[in-house]
Design a protein. Sequence first.
Length: 234
Amino acid sequence: MGDKVLVVEDEPVLQETLAYNLTRQGYEVETAGDGKAALNKAREIHPDVIVLDLMLPVLDGYEVCRILRQEMNVPIIMLTARDDEIDRVIGLEMGADDYITKPFSMREFLARVKAQLRRVRLVREEMDNQTAASREMLHFGNLVLDLTRREVLLDDQVLAMKPKEFELLLFLARHRGQVLSRDLILERVWGWDFSGGSRTVDVHVRWLREKIEVNAGHPARIVTVRGGGYRFEG
């Protein structure tokens, strides 16, 4: 069986078109036409990636994304007819991993799905290659990154982390002391095909600071380098 893709779209023609093209690529496709049905279907089949329209009946895409992000770690690609940056940022803040504005080409859409599935596969392979006896840990004083469990601990307490927050913190931590530009961070954490801008990085850094810094307004771990980007001091 191929990877499972859940398509949540209330426009019947578009839903059928997306499902048809995904099936042709070898994916196992399920569909839903409203927010409540999307939640039920996601809980039932545990998809590998979710394609989620923003404007849905019953529950909108923002609310569906927020609920799903609390329940499962699955890549979410948000579809919307809106092109305002604020809508894109809100979607990412709710936990979406990627964002496609309608109208879009089918080639672009399939590439985005493939990219998200590739990241899922790489993460799974990394976790499968590790055992509990050889858990990889990064220690920075009272801050610990558990790479095997993909958890962040502060004073021995597990912090609630969105998938991209963990990946961003891990990337910064693995390059401790180095100045990393926003463009480089976008490429390495979100992928070269991600359509969002540097604001995405700034938003996620702000979230991380609120969780791991003693004073988020005067950060000591994730430092802003004027004109350069960010540097992790541990």
